[in-house]
Design a protein around this ligand. Structure first.
Ligand SMILES: [Zn+2]
Length: 482
């Protein structure tokens, strides 16, 4: 049977404030275990939490960027549960009065834009971390992460496919990076997500029972887990089975989900108002100042790129997905680059390099002026295509300016026809077998000869010119032997 999937996402975002949510401990990642703790975040008796104002400000900044309504009264609640990484046996969170509600994020799917609702955004403190690797028989607890500020962003179940879920996460991360409030580094746990999915017959208004999936450590894992879960639930429903409401874990190795526990309801957490933090009213002026200071966000920047730089919606979307890519592009334009050429190099060679090295865009040393200079050197014929690629790589890895590199290394495209002729002649003489193969109709032999010529010129010949020259010479030689 055909089913429609109903998908929601919960994103936990670690805010990159210097100190924790309710105490002055550092939040720096990677410190020795338990070196960043104090009586407050260890939950020792008699201590009182004090709210970090910066967290509140950044939480409001994120909420406004997603067009949420901000709560006027700030109230915190205790969420009780027992787990070794939670020293207080409760977590300070927000239950019935979240920081913000009713926002949205627009995602672009091929030609269609879909508006995905954001149900709520609330503040809470992170738990510690269990370490199992140090010993086969013991587990250790690191409380450095206890009390680090988290923002939980809960979507409405508006997503209809694993691809939409993926796009939502990409879009959400882009907005948060523009706001500069989180590193969004999934490997360090700064961005974590859980997803939930149920299936129903198309057009049905009621929802099927929801399965939550945890242990997702990349956006790709979210997509794969949802694809797997859609198939698993559809098969079960086809057999007339009931889908139990439960939490499942994604097993990345086995590429499948496994049942973890039946889903707990909010009653299991016995929420009650946090008695040590008195509810308070958020000042209108505080919210207004944050709203006025919001930066240009990816969606409006993409629209601006399309209208002022004549980029396609697709190109503008890719370039604005990451703040530093967008800034590189605009910086190159300010330094005189043409929008189309700059976009091509960023979306072509730079993105290929980032994919291959798995680096984030801000990790490369490429400077916008350098990109503009490279484009000039290509246009004025100083650099051939392959030389430009080689120079670009040096720019990415060492941050050098191409103009300096060209003069320092004596890189300059060979344009002198006599010099090119000489190289072609040498290659033909040194590769008799390939020449014969070409004359016997093996077109691939020409590719080999071009490769040899490029090598002999140390990449400084223009490959198109060299290929035409070799072909002309070989064909002329064939005429003579006939
Ligand atoms: Zn502390």
């Amino acid at each position: 049977m055909i089913y429609e999937s109903v998908i929601g996402l919960e994103v936990h975002l670690q805010l990159k404030t210097a100190t924790k949510l309710f105490c002055g401990c550092s939040t720096k990642f990677g410190a020795p275990p338990n070196s960043q703790t104090c009586p407050v975040c260890l939950g020792l008796p008699g201590v009182l939490p004090v709210l970090n104002e910066r967290v509140l400000e950044w939480g409001v900044r994120v909420a406004l960027a997603f067009d949420c309504g901000i709560a006027r009264v700030m109230k915190f609640d205790r969420k009780q549960y027992f787990y070794p990484d939670l020293p207080k046996n409760f977590q300070i969170s927000q239950f019935d009065m979240p920081l913000a509600q009713h926002g949205h994020l627009d995602i672009t799917m091929e030609e269609e834009t879909r508006r995905i609702g954001i149900r709520r955004i609330h503040l809470e403190e992170d738990a510690g971390k269990l370490l199992h690797e140090a010993s086969p028989t013991e587990s250790f607890v690191d409380f450095n992460r206890t009390g680090v500020p988290l923002l939980e962003i809960v979507s409405e179940p508006d997503l209809r496919s694993p691809d939409e879920a993926y796009q939502y996460l990409v879009g959400l991360k882009a907005v948060v990076q523009y706001l500069d409030v989180s590193t969004c580094n999934m490997e360090e746990g700064s961005l974590r997500c859980d997803t939930n999915i149920s299936l129903r017959r198309p057009g049905a208004s009621s929802l099927g029972s929801k399965v939550e999936i945890k242990n997702l450590n990349s956006f790709r894992a979210v997509k794969l887990a949802l694809e797997h879960e859609m198939k698993r639930q559809a098969l079960a429903l086809d057999r007339g089975e009931r889908i139990p409401q439960e939490t499942r874990l994604w097993d990345a190795k086995g590429q499948r989900t496994e049942s973890m526990r039946s889903k707990e309801g909010s009653a299991d957490y016995r929420y009650f108002p946090e008695p040590d933090l008195v509810p308070f009213v958020l000042d209108e002026g505080f919210i207004r100042r944050i709203r006025e200071a919001l930066p240009e966000l990816p969606a409006s920047r993409s629209r601006r790129f399309q209208t002022s730089h004549q980029l396609s919606a697709y190109d503008a979307g890719v370039l604005t997905q990451h703040r530093s890519l967008a800034e590189l592009f605009e910086g190159a334009l300010r330094a005189g680059a043409s929008p189309k050429l700059a976009a091509n190099w960023i979306m072509g060679d730079l993105l290929a390099y980032l994919n291959a090295t798995r680096l984030e865009p801000d990790a490369v040393k490429l400077r916008p002026e350098g990109l503009a200079h490279l484009l000039e050197l290509i246009q004025d014929g100083t650099l051939s295509g392959p030389m430009a690629k080689e120079v670009f790589l040096q720019m990415l890895e060492r941050g050098v300016d191409p103009v300096e590199l060209v003069s320092e290394r004596g890189l300059r495209q060979i344009v002198d026809p006599a010099a090119l002729e000489r190289i072609a002649e040498e290659v033909i003489q040194a590769n008799a077998k390939s020449v014969e193969a070409y004359h016997n109709g093996k077109a691939a032999a020409l590719t080999h000869l071009i490769g040899q010529a490029m090598k002999r010129s140390q990449g400084r010949a223009d490959p198109r010119q060299m290929s035409a020259l070799l072909k002309r010479k070989l064909d002329a030689a064939r005429q003579e032997t006939k």
